[in-house]
Design a protein around this ligand. Structure first.
Ligand SMILES: [Zn+2]
Length: 332
C-alpha cells in the first residue's frame, strides 16, 4: 500500500484518504479530538462518534455552513472506502480515540494515532491490532519514560487533594483541556471531593457524561470562591494561580512530569507522571504484539525510537523526523 508522509498528514493515494490531515482536504480519518488532529474544514471526515463530536465542537458554530460530511465509525465497525475496508479499534488515548485498520489488496495497515496500552481513567481499553505495516506515535519513546498505572494515578490525585484540604490549602491540578482534565475531575468527584473546573475543561464534560462518565458535584471555577475545593485548570491558568499569592498548591498530571526538570518548568510541587500516551515499555509491547513487517514512527522521539526498533531487529523508519522539535508543550 502506498503511503505518503506529508507536512499536513499521512496520505494513502490508492484509496484517496488522508490520516489526521491538519489542512483542509477532500477526505480524512480523524484519530481523536485533540486540536493537532481534529482540525481543518474537510469535505468528508471519518472518526468515532465521540471524536466527530469533539471535532464539531472545536470548529463549528450552530449556524455555520459547509459542515463536512461525517462518517461515524463505532469500535469494531467497518466501512468500505474506495476498495479498502476501514475498521476502528480503541486507542485509549482520550474518549473516542481510535486506531484505524486499513485492509487493501491483502495488506493490513494500522495507524495508531495517539495511543496508550494501559487502561485509561476514562475511555475504552485498547489492544494491539495485528498488521503488516504499523504507523505508530512515539511521544514518550525513550526508556526514561515510565508512567503510572491508572490505579497509582488515582491514588496520588486523591491523596494530594485530601492532604491539601486538611492543611487549609487549595489543591490545584494542572491538566489539559481535553482528556486529562476530565479524567482528573472524574477521579476527584468520584472520591467525593468538591471540585471546581476551569471552563476550557468543563465545556467537554457533557460529552463524557453522554458516554457514561459522571462528575457528581462539580461546579464551574470562580476565582473568588476557591476555599475548601480542589481546582482543575489548564496549564496557563495553573501558572496564574501559582503566582497569585493565594494558598494554592499545584500538582502537574502529565507524562512530562517524569522529567527531572518538570518541577521548575511547571511550577508544581507535586508531580504525577500519568499520561494519555503510552510510555516506552507500552510502545515496545504494542509493536511486539502488532507484529508488523515494517514500522513507521511519527510524532515525538521518532528517530531515536526507530533506531531502538531497528536495534531489536525490526524494519523501522522515521519519515517525519520530528524528534528535533522540543515537544514539552505538546499535550502529554
Ligand atoms: Zn492527542
Amino acid at each position: 500500500m502506498q503511503v505518503e508522509f506529508c507536512p499536513s498528514g499521512i496520505y494513502l493515494p490508492e484509496i484517496d484518504l488522508w490520516l489526521d490531515s491538519t489542512d483542509p482536504c477532500a477526505a480524512t480519518w480523524i484519530s481523536h479530538g485533540h486540536s493537532d488532529h481534529a482540525r481543518g474544514c474537510h469535505g468528508k471526515a471519518i472518526g468515532t462518534p465521540a471524536t466527530l463530536r469533539f471535532y464539531r465542537m472545536r470548529l463549528w458554530k450552530p449556524d455555520d455552513q459547509n459542515e463536512p460530511q461525517m462518517f461515524p465509525l463505532e469500535f469494531g465497525e467497518s466501512i468500505d472506502w474506495n476498495g479498502a475496508a476501514l475498521t476502528a479499534y480503541p486507542a485509549s488515548h482520550i474518549l473516542g480515540a481510535a486506531q484505524l485498520l486499513v485492509e487493501f489488496r491483502g495488506e493490513r495497515l494500522v495507524y495508531t494515532g495517539d495511543i496508550k496500552l494501559r487502561q485509561p481513567l476514562c475511555g475504552d481499553t485498547t489492544g494491539p491490532v495485528p498488521c503488516d505495516r504499523l504507523i505508530i506515535e512515539s511521544t514518550f519513546g525513550l526508556p526514561l519514560y515510565k508512567l503510572l498505572s491508572r490505579e497509582e494515578a488515582m491514588g496520588r490525585i486523591v491523596s494530594f487533594a485530601r492532604t491539601c484540604l486538611a492543611d487549609g490549602a487549595v489543591p490545584t491540578f494542572i491538566g489539559y483541556a481535553l482528556g486529562r482534565g476530565q479524567e482528573i475531575v472524574h477521579v476527584l468527584c468520584q472520591a467525593g471531593i468538591p471540585t471546581a473546573v476551569h471552563g476550557a475543561i468543563a465545556r467537554f464534560l457533557p460529552v463524557y457524561e453522554e458516554n457514561g462518565y459522571h462528575f457528581p458535584g462539580w461546579e464551574p471555577y470562580e476565582s473568588g470562591a476557591i476555599a475548601g475545593k480542589a481546582l482543575v485548570v489548564i496549564p496557563a491558568h495553573g501558572n496564574v494561580l501559582g503566582s497569585s499569592g493565594k494558598n494554592v498548591r499545584l500538582a502537574y498530571v502529565s507524562g512530562w512530569a517524569a522529567l527531572d526538570n518538570a518541577r521548575s518548568r511547571s511550577g508544581a510541587e507535586r508531580l504525577i507522571p500519568y499520561s494519555d500516551h503510552a510510555d516506552f515499555d507500552e510502545l515496545l509491547t504494542l509493536v511486539q504484539q502488532s507484529a508488523p513487517k515494517h514500522i513507521d514512527v511519527v510524532h515525538g522521539y521518532t528517530v531515536p525510537f526507530a533506531k531502538i526498533l531497528q536495534s531489536r531487529g525490526y524494519s523501522a523508519a522515521a519519515p517525519h523526523r520530528t524528534s528535533e522539535r522540543t515537544n514539552i508543550e505538546a499535550e502529554g
